[in-house]
Design a binder for this molecule. Structure first.
Ligand code: SF4
Length: 176
């Protein structure tokens, strides 16, 4: 109980340092999340990433707190039950996309504690993947967020470990 209270205090204080992108990267590669969080950006980002980054940077200047980062691609209110959808190019890396959306839902619940449970969907074309949300899931996610926070705030990034996705990662030259 005490640990949970301490964790909550830490998260309440520091969570605005995190972003959906860092959460997404963390569940793909902890080293990538650390590099991004420390504003180390690769030179070989493709045009999509550069445009996205420019938009994010200009948006972030307007943001005053973490709740301003809540930007669902689509949100529907069905008699007080919210449905939120995040569109992705593909569902290949669905775990990261799922955690990113869960992060937004988690923030939404923190902002509006009386909010009825939100249902989340990741959608790519006509394929739709439902994300389960419950109090227990949100509680265990808050612990994952705390672990994430410790990883990105640590002094050094996690050691590079080669995996299949590294070949397409913009940070490849930073690692190998
Ligand atoms: S190249 Fe591989 S180890 Fe390095 S940041 Fe990318 S995914 Fe992570």
């Amino acid at each position: 109980m005490i640990i949970r209270l301490i964790l909550r205090e830490i998260l309440d204080y520091e969570i605005d340092e995190l972003s959906g992108t860092v959460v997404n990267y963390y569940f793909t590669c902890k080293r990538e999340a650390w590099l991004y969080h420390h504003k180390i950006h690769p030179d070989n980002w493709d045009d999509n990433i550069i445009v996205g980054r420019a938009l994010a940077d200009s948006e972030s200047k307007k943001h005053k707190n973490v709740f301003d980062y809540l930007h669902f691609d689509k949100i529907k209110n069905k008699n007080g039950h919210f449905e939120v959808t995040e569109f992705k190019k593909s569902l290949k890396n669905s775990l990261s996309a799922e955690k990113q959306l869960l992060f937004y839902i988690y923030l939404l619940h923190k902002a509006i504690p009386k909010l009825k449970i939100v249902t989340g969907y990741i959608q790519s074309g006509k394929k739709r993947h439902k994300i389960e949300v419950s109090d227990d899931i949100l509680k265990s996610f808050s612990l994952e967020l705390y672990e994430l926070f410790l990883v990105v705030k640590s002094e050094h990034p996690e050691k590079e470990i080669f995996k299949k996705i590294c070949k397409k990662c913009a940070y490849y030259d930073y690692c190998f």
